[in-house]
Design a binder for this molecule. Structure first.
Ligand SMILES: [Zn+2]
Length: 474
């Protein structure tokens, strides 16, 4: 079955068709590096991670572009507030974003485009729009996109074109849903822009790009120079970007090229924290680094997110996180059992586990092919897990179930992060195990059991095997 994805353009699930298979060009709107990205942002980036992994698993050759917005209204305000130039202000947040991405096991994009490094391409795009008569210079010195010259404006967001106020203009990057107006492509530089290093010379006046323009220019530049195309296969972002950001990206790109900007538009839903929209004001504003500092395993965050469909809102709360942590522990335990080859002892039941593994793989693929139905895929994984544990309990062999399990769990990437024991603990464990071995030799089983309890109290699980006693931090 082919991959099918919900396309915001058509408001329906469609069989996915790439422009030039197996290549897939994927553009995902990245973070504005004025501050740390919050876990709501990362929910979107994780849904995009699953999309990319599933396409790659399905044989596509994905080229993933993510932008870093390092100049826009918010960046300039934050840099001015900190008394810094924009590049100095954004660099630490860019590095923090990469750290958070790695913590959450998100596959790195093939290219991260920083807006400030694409200013010539942005200027060329504005020039082109001016030449084609879909942009004009306002009396305030900024350049605006003329909505009246682009009749299909509003197609993505299903905006009623009657709402468009002819001639009304908006200069701010973020504007209200009920305010479709001519928007700024290029903003005339003011004193604040100059003071933070956010002003560039252009034929139509010194200024800086609007946020929407940045994504169009970077996406078109990257796919143009690499693949000689002007149409993306997939463009993603959070649902809050549908209007005006993505609507404006379409207008600018198609207004310049006359070709469709993206064949598919995918949008991820919001994340609430403890029942409420995340906000510093409500004290429920969470960043990825908060979770990392609390010692939360990234696998649990991923599993928690996969338990809701990307087009459904999620509530991030302590119970959900505890549930996901327990789920990850169970998957890790099964993985260890399958790897331990304990089932090899008796090959009689071998067939049973292989059949279950094949069912898991088929079900898993059917779920993700169906618009990335991760909750169904996760349910299949746990159903397999219960069945596999039962089979192992009665001595069945793992067969090829280990390879299948690793393949499937690898797409979701939800196996626990291996715990590394610190050297002090390791030498203590070695000393205690030697004492236990001595006690067992002298048939002092009471002492041996006491040592096992002592180890367990510090989170160390032991297992006696023909090769000796193995241990791990639980
Ligand atoms: Zn964007």
């Amino acid at each position: 079955m082919p991959v099918a994805l919900y396309n915001t353009l058509s408001r329906s699930v469609e069989p996915f068709q790439a422009l030039a298979p197996p290549r897939v060009t994927l553009y995902t709107c990245g973070p504005t590096v004025w501050n740390y990205a919050h876990i709501g942002n990362f929910r979107t980036f994780l849904f995009e991670d699953l999309l990319r992994r599933w396409l790659e698993h399905s044989g596509y050759d994905v080229f993933h572009i993510m932008n870093l917005t390092d100049v826009d209204d918010r960046v300039i305000k934050a840099a001015a507030g900190a008394g810094k130039r924009i590049t100095d202000h954004t660099e630490p947040f860019t590095q923090a974003f990469f750290e958070d991405r790695d913590y959450l096991r998100i596959k790195p994009a093939h290219v991260y485009t920083r807006a400030t490094q694409y200013i010539p391409q942005m200027i060329a795009l504005v020039q082109r729009l001016l030449e084609r008569g879909v942009a004009y210079k306002g009396d305030d010195g900024s350049v605006y996109f003329a909505l009246s010259k682009f009749p299909t404006y509003g197609r993505l967001s299903r905006l009623d074109t009657r709402q468009i106020k002819v001639g009304a203009r908006v200069a701010s990057d973020e504007y209200a849903k009920d305010d479709p107006s001519d928007f700024a492509l290029w903003k005339k530089a003011d004193a604040e822009d100059e003071s933070v290093g956010a002003a560039w010379d252009a034929p139509f006046g010194r200024g800086r790009p609007g946020w929407h323009l940045e994504c169009s220019a970077m996406a078109l530049d990257e796919i143009g120079k690499r693949f000689d195309v002007r149409t993306l296969d997939i463009h993603c972002g959070g649902i809050d970007l549908i209007f005006p950001h993505h609507e404006d990206e379409i207008a600018q790109s198609e207004g310049a090229t006359g070709e469709p900007f993206s064949r598919n538009w995918l949008h991820g839903e919001f994340l609430n924290v403890r029942g409420t929209k995340m906000s510093k004001r409500f004290g429920n504003f969470l960043t990825a680094r908060d979770l990392r500092e609390q010692g939360v395993d990234a696998a649990a965050v991923r599993l928690l997110f996969w338990q809701s469909h990307y087009r459904q809102p999620i509530d991030f709360n302590d119970e959900a996180l505890a549930g996901a942590t327990e789920g990850v522990r169970r998957l890790g335990e099964l993985h260890a059992r399958l790897k331990g080859g304990e089932g090899q002892r008796k090959a009689a039941g071998d067939g049973d586990l292989s059949v279950q593994a094949r069912t898991l793989e088929t079900e898993f693929a059917a779920a993700l092919d169906d618009d990335l139905d991760a909750p169904r895929a996760v349910a299949g994984l746990f159903e397999f897990s219960r069945g596999a544990n039962r089979e192992l309990d009665r001595g069945a062999g793992a067969g090829d179930a280990l390879a299948t399990f690793e393949r499937v769990a690898g797409v979701l990437d939800v196996l626990p992060t291996p715990k590394v024991a610190d050297p002090a603990l390791a030498s203590w464990v070695a000393e205690r195990l030697a004492a236990r071995s001595q006690a067992r030799k002298s048939k002092d089983f009471k002492a041996a059991d006491a040592i096992r309890d002592e180890l367990r109290a510090r989170g160390v699980e032991i297992e006696d095997t023909p090769q000796g006693t193995k241990w791990r931090v639980a």
